[in-house]
Design a protein. Sequence first.
Length: 426
Amino acid sequence: MAMAYIEPAPIKDKENPLESMMSRFDAAARLLGISDEMYDILKVPARQVIVGLPVTMDNGAIKVFEGYRVIHSNILGPAKGGIRLDPAVNLDEVRALAAWMTWKCAVVDIPYGGAKGGIACNPRDMSAGEIERLIRQYTVAMLDVIGPDRDIPAPDMGTGPREMAWIVDEYSKAKGMTVNNVVTGKPLVLGGSLGRTEATGRGVTVAALSAMDKLRMNPYRATAAVQGFGNVGSFAAELLHERGVTVVAISDISGGYYNASGIDITAAVTYRNGNKGTLEGFSGAEKISNEELLSLAVDVLVPAAKEDVITDDNAASIQARMIVEGANGPTSASADEIINSKGILVVPDILANAGGVTVSYFEWVQNRIGYKWTLDRINRRADRVMKDAFDRVFETSQRYQVPLRLAAYIVAIDKVSSTYKFRGGY
Ligand code: NAD
């Protein structure tokens, strides 16, 4: 079952993740007219750490892995960002992802800077014991980097609650007391938060409903297609359906499933859960391809699977009235212009899928006050954060006459740069 919680991860644009993000950042910085000095302050990461991690493997041999942690900015508060285990992890990628976290936290107005970490390894080829020793080594190597008031890691590709629990344990041993708010995305019993698993899909739904409201679209008359039926996509589909939207198509790696009168999402979730996490063989719909799903004439298209699914190759065929980016980087920078020229409203990833990092922030807050909030309180507060962020970005897009994506970057850059001016420092 693909239910793992993964905190905001990549802008993975095949063209080049760093350049893709920076082109959007540059455009927003130009529109805001920030000074060259401020531009450099926002561009250059505050701290970049590379460590060598010797780990005793199960066969007794010692293997040395390379680990990274980049704090892009701590202007708004302690830095926040996941740790990924992947053979392709490198400093450049971690740097781009750390900057991207800065903008995402700023857009939803949570008091965090941006960071990211990674270890170049292939967790699929490693035993649980090897991964545990690696994570513990990484924690020790990063003792003076991470911390509840400095830099708070979270799960990302290849890590989850299990790894977060090991970090809490190793960090707590070094400090001589339990410090569970050194990371978020923990198991519930160790200070994890209720509502965190569904938080991103829920935030996507709030963003979609807010956008529908602006377009005077009645959810009860609207249709949606959701690509990806994992953590983000299935919760988004379920909640959109709950709010009256007819979800006519869903999909996963096995292909797309279409039903003009609406898919029974609860049945689809139950089917997937009993079918090794895949929709393969789901009978409540007609089989279509993922490519066909993207070009359906629906009101709302939610790409919630992976990066780079809407590119300059297929952007012209998109017929949706709006795209709400559940995934990170589903629209490549080269497709932006085509989509905009068609008048399609795009709620960008740094806004639409920020519900996850928002509830991570709530996890940290609850740990700090030593109290657990009810699910109801968490949902209400997270919905408010998402709604306010949407309104802020929408208002900015009207003021600057720019698409929501650029407006989101403007909101974020403006927030970080004006905070820096208040704090002083140059
Ligand atoms: P997941 O692994 O739970 O689910 C991914 C889903 O996409 C699965 O249903 C999978 O079958 C499907 N998929 C994979 N390749 C596909 C393809 N080529 N075509 C169609 N479907 C395909 O992952 P997730 O946590 O739901 O994350 C999805 C996206 O959302 C990623 O881009 C992730 O970075 C982003 N995101 C996730 C969170 C979170 O809280 N989980 C937060 C922010 C952003």
